[in-house]
Write a protein that binds this ligand. Structure first.
Ligand code: FAD
Ligand code: A2P
Length: 272
């Protein structure tokens, strides 16, 4: 416990595993990101997720899985979140402000990690919606550029506004003093929309199957010798992408058995 300094209020953490929010950004009426303090002892691999939340009305922690969107070298943690209007957690979490606390259980896990992929020439990050969060971490991790000659970030949302978090992240990355130089010429960003006009449109599955993305980026057709992939989206998206990737000859890997691609759900429950 913190001792009170005479004349000042004692700094008491009110929640178990509490971390303090340092920044909040609202991107749309359904999307926001926030940063918080990082427990000194927390070690994680870029791409992993943790359980975070708030104290529920019943006095018990209300926790949900969240991908860590910041890279493992960052002093703080970043999260990118949906706002579900009647969602038990996000109906409250969306109102969080700087200085307030969240609960963070410091036990990172997940399959979207470099250890689960065999070495290759190119890595494809395939995401819909908030599924870009683990790649926000991996795109900022030097290991990604040490391991692969080319990194292709495909992100698809219904509207242009929903792409903004990822767009800004990629833009800022190019000017980043720490890894800007590593990223230069290696990171290819391929955002598309499906329900609004944009310079590139269409589902990731369709742009891969038709070969459009390979033509647009002047890359060879995806193949098991050179290409690796990490996938994060709704269950329906993940299932459809898996089929496409298997069609190119890639096989699903895991921490215990690295192969050509890995998959993680961006959230549970979407009517499949
Ligand atoms: P819930 O009761 O959890 O969800 C209500 C409904 O909202 C769900 O049935 C689903 O239809 C929909 N929904 C939930 N999450 C999303 C989403 N992200 N995108 C679209 N629809 C959704 N959420 C994030 O916002 N950012 C993350 O980085 C993130 N990482 C996750 C990682 C894993 C491994 C898993 C399993 C889930 C992750 N989620 C993430 C989802 C998150 O755990 C919660 O479901 C979300 O915060 C909503 O919580 P809730 O209590 O408000 O509503
Ligand atoms: P679409 O607009 O054609 O459904 P959502 O907001 O429903 O979670 O979807 C996020 C993005 O993922 C949308 O652009 C959506 O395209 C796309 N998407 C949803 N389901 C699939 C799927 N099974 N395969 C490929 N893309 C999908």
């Amino acid at each position: 416990t913190d001792a009170a300094t005479p004349g000042s209020a004692p700094k008491v953490k009110t929640l178990p595993d509490a971390q303090t929010v340092t920044q909040v950004t609202h991107w749309t009426d359904t999307l926001f990101s926030f940063r918080c303090t990082r427990p000194q002892s927390l070690r994680f691999r870029s791409g992993e997720f943790v359980m975070i939340g708030l104290m529920g009305d019943n006095g018990k922690p209300l926790l949900r899985a969240y991908s860590i969107a910041s890279p493992s070298w960052d002093d703080e943690l970043e999260f990118y979140s949906i706002k579900v209007p009647d969602g038990p957690l996000t109906s409250k979490l969306q109102h969080i402000e700087v200085g307030q606390e969240i609960i963070l259980r410091p036990k990172p896990v997940g399959t979207l990690v470099h250890d689960a992929l065999l070495p290759g020439k190119r890595v494809w990050f395939l995401a819909t919606g908030t599924g870009i969060a683990p790649f926000a971490s991996l795109m900022r991790d030097p290991e990604t550029y040490e391991k692969f000659e080319q990194v292709i970030m495909m992100h698809t949302c219904r509207t242009v506004a929903e792409l903004e978090y990822g767009r800004k992240l990629v833009e800022d990355l190019r000017d980043d003093p720490l890894i800007g130089e590593m990223v230069e010429g290696k990171l290819r960003y391929y955002p598309t929309t499906t329900r609004e006009d944009f310079h590139h449109t269409g589902r990731i599955t369709d742009n891969l199957s038709s070969g459009k993305v390979f033509a647009d980026l002047d890359l060879p057709r995806m193949n098991a010798d050179e290409d690796r992939a990490m996938v994060c989206g709704s269950l329906a998206f993940n299932l459809d992408v898996k089929e496409v990737l298997e069609g190119f000859g890639l096989r699903e890997g895991a921490n215990s058995e690295p192969r050509e691609y890995v998959v993680e759900k961006a959230f549970v429950g979407d009517g499949v």
